[in-house]
Design a protein around this ligand. Structure first.
Ligand code: SF4
Length: 350
């Protein structure tokens, strides 16, 4: 059968909620021939679940310290040139004040695995935010923690937790991480978070070093097992002070294609148009939204430290990425047929 014709039939099957074989998924992931049809089906699926709503999350990068050494990340402990900072509780609350006034009703507290940000500190910050803004959701993205820590954060009021698995394939995981880290542990954390009651987010890099189409299929299969509420993917972008400094960036086009595949496989999911996509080109943020994404996370981190949170080269920190430019973002969304929504934006299952 003509491969293009075959892939278009498979896209229709995906859109009808049917699962595909591993080779069929690998073919869709690797081929650009049907990107238009895929985006069209994905946009129809997102409109059925979420209409034209786009949820805005205020991102606060609370610490650039990290005890880990992921080979792809500019915040890795081994990067002696990284400028480190950590925000105090008061500084985080000031970001929330500003975000609330700008209309944000979800705050995402993200940071490296910083041993100095204790459970007591995180619980105190979460409960202060919830006390001041009970109509807002708090999302944490602070890496791997003990079960008891996750539980304490949840009991303090945290609603959601983001922890990207980055790659679900053991051999590939070993090429991206030092021996001190473990894929099994990462997966265990994700299932613990679900068990505790969080809305859970996971996801992976597209085009990371050594990644194959089969690796991406493993990522999709892992997500089917986890059934996360939020799925974030972004192209790999090298950072100059990491072991992967000389690798090429992942493809933005393939990332957008995968946003569509995710929307069709997980119609209920909250899927962001990520900063890394916009860093490769502003048009890819729009393309992701037109291809199934329904979340944007503008940055509320204080301007004086924002540039220090450098996960990869030339990470976008201004323009539409900045929470202060929310009215520009609203105009952009309107221009392409969507609307920014000022609400918590919880997941809609079924
Ligand atoms: S990816 Fe996360 S855990 Fe790994 S070094 Fe960067 S901040 Fe730390």
């Amino acid at each position: 059968m003509d491969p293009v014709y075959e892939i278009s039939g498979q896209i229709r099957q995906l859109a009808a909620g049917k699962d595909l074989s591993d080779p069929a998924l690998a073919a869709i992931v690797s081929s650009s021939g049907q990107d238009g049809a895929l985006a069209c089906e994905a946009d129809a699926a997102r409109r059925r679940m979420y209409g034209t709503d786009v949820y805005l999350r205020g991102l606060i990068e609370i610490s650039s310290y990290c005890r880990n050494n992921c080979y792809y990340c500019g915040l890795r402990a081994g990067n002696a040139k990284c400028l480190r900072y950590r925000l105090s509780e008061d500084e985080i609350l000031e970001c929330c004040d500003e975000g609330y006034n700008l209309g944000f009703r979800t705050f995402v507290l993200q940071g490296g695995e910083d041993p100095c940000q204790t459970d007591v500190f995180v619980c105190s910050v979460v409960s202060s935010i919830k006390k001041k803004y009970p109509d807002c959701a708090v999302t944490l993205s602070l890496g791997e923690k003990e079960y008891s820590s996750y539980k304490a954060f949840y009991e303090s009021g945290a609603d959601r937790y983001l922890l990207r698995h980055e790659t679900a394939d053991e051999a590939h995981y070993r090429k991206l991480h030092p021996d001190s880290m473990s894929l099994g542990r990462r997966k265990e954390c994700l299932f613990s978070l679900k068990e505790i009651g969080y809305q859970v987010g996971s996801g992976f890099m597209v085009g990371s070093p050594y990644q194959t189409a089969d690796n991406i299929v493993s990522d999709l299969r892992f997500l089917q097992k986890l059934s996360p509420d939020m799925i974030g993917i972004g192209p790999f972008i090298p950072h100059h002070a990491t072991p992967f400094s000389n690798f090429n960036s992942g493809s933005a086009q393939q990332t957008v294609r995968l946003v569509s595949v995710l929307r069709l496989m997980f119609p209920y999911a909250l899927i962001p148009a990520t900063t890394s996509l916009a860093t490769i080109g502003e048009k890819y943020r729009e393309k992701a939204l037109l291809s199934g994404a329904n979340v944007i996370m503008p940055n509320l981190t204080p301007l004086k430290v924002r540039k220090k949170y450098e996960l990869y080269n030339r990470k976008l920190v201004s323009s539409l990425e900045s929470a202060q430019a929310v009215s520009e973002l609203e105009k952009m969304l309107e221009r392409i047929g969507y609307r920014a929504v000022s609400s918590r934006g919880d997941v809609k299952r079924g």
